[in-house]
Design a protein around this ligand. Structure first.
Ligand SMILES: C[S@@+](CC[C@H](N)C(=O)[O-])C[C@H]1O[C@@H](n2cnc3c(N)ncnc32)[C@H](O)[C@@H]1O
Length: 337
């Protein structure tokens, strides 16, 4: 690959082996029943509950059908961003904390071919069992090895992380929202202690998700972490309420996904907030596009997070070079002005 060319982006839709594994399991359940359970779970999440409502193997499958496509898509977006800002990062080992059905591990083997050893932890037995079944059917040797090596542990992350052997890549995908507020700082420190290379924390792109990400980011910068994405600086965030930093990843909805959600649009936009923290200082970071740029006949206007703070970047059409460069900018991209 050309040293200057950005890495090819991994696509946001579930890989064929994962789709096939889910499809095989869903044979035993009616789509209506999956839809009912998924609706009950999403109501419980909206009411501030966590994954405790997922009790049985059917509940776990309903979670995977309703939410895994979106959390997988968010994981691909974050890994794509990370491969741009940490181009030399080649993780051989990974820890997926609060791994559920193994969403981030599936995305990680697509993003980092060199990954050879993945350990996972989750407190929910049904989600863990589903993850093991899906990984047993996966095309990736590394995922299959999780089953053979029994490297998916059942237990509380706050207990299991203490003293665990560090991994090159540590991921907590959609987990930190389920950690008690007064444990969040300790949780961040435990994750960091388990990180040999880079730590990824992702949460729903809500003000509360962002607030938790910011708290963990601040905690770990103070402990020596470098920010690799999305922020191009390590100072406090310059956004002020009611604004908050979040991004969106569009993903296709399969026929089952449409039926289970009872919707018509063939795609959805998953909103997420995230931070990538690295032990090594990343090479120079570009500005981050914080919202969809506005394109009019006369100009392109983009909201950017830069080393100088949040700025409104305007390129008039008559400035052809600058206007053309900005035409390809998308919300979430790392760009040079
Ligand atoms: C919303 S799910 C996310 C699953 C997966 N990481 C994903 O992105 O699709 C949250 C997961 O965190 C797990 N979890 C919540 N609190 C936990 C804890 N204290 N220790 C370990 N796992 C926990 C839940 O059981 C659940 O599997």
């Amino acid at each position: 690959m050309d040293a200057q060319a950005p890495p090819t982006r991994i696509p946001p839709d579930l890989p064929p082996d994962l789709k096939a594994g889910l499809g095989k399991l869903a044979h035993r359940m009616s789509r209506n029943m999956i839809a009912e359970r998924a609706a009950a779970q999403s109501q419980s999440y909206r009411a501030g509950g966590g994954s405790q409502a997922i009790l049985t193997s059917d509940d776990a499958l309903a979670y995977a059908f309703a939410r895994m496509p979106a959390t997988y898509a968010a994981a691909t977006a974050v890994f794509n961003a990370m491969r741009e800002t940490l181009p030399a990062f080649q993780p051989r080992t990974m820890l997926d904390i609060g791994a559920g059905p193994g969403t981030a591990a599936f995305a990680a083997v697509a993003a980092f071919e060199i990954l050879a050893d993945i350990r996972l932890i989750d407190a929910n037995a049904s989600l863990r069992n589903l993850g093991l079944t899906l990984m047993g059917e996966a095309g990736s040797e590394t995922l299959q090895q999780v089953v053979h090596r029994q490297s998916y542990s059942h237990g509380d992350a706050l207990v299991m992380l203490a003293g665990t052997e560090p991994a090159d890549l540590v991921v907590a995908s959609y987990l930190a929202g389920e950690i008690a507020g007064d444990e969040l700082a300790r949780f961040a420190q435990l994750l960091w202690a388990a990180t040999a290379g880079a730590l990824v924390v992702t949460l729903p792109g809500t003000p509360e998700g962002y607030r938790r990400i910011l708290q963990m980011r601040g905690e770990l910068i103070a402990a020596g972490a470098h920010v690799a994405a999305p922020c191009p600086h390590e100072r406090p965030c310059a956004l002020r309420p009611p604004d908050w930093c979040h991004f969106a990843q569009r993903l296709p909805r399969s026929r089952d996904h449409l039926r289970i959600k009872g919707v018509d649009a063939p795609f959805e936009d998953e909103k997420f907030s995230y931070v990538v923290l690295s032990r090594a200082k990343p090479p120079s970071l570009g500005a981050r596009v914080l919202a969809p740029p506005k394109i009019t006949k006369g100009a392109i206007t983009a909201k950017l997070c830069t080393e100088r703070g949040v700025v409104t970047d305007v390129a008039a059409r008559r400035d052809l070079g600058a206007y053309r460069r900005r035409k390809s900018w998308r919300w979430g991209d790392s760009v040079s002005q």
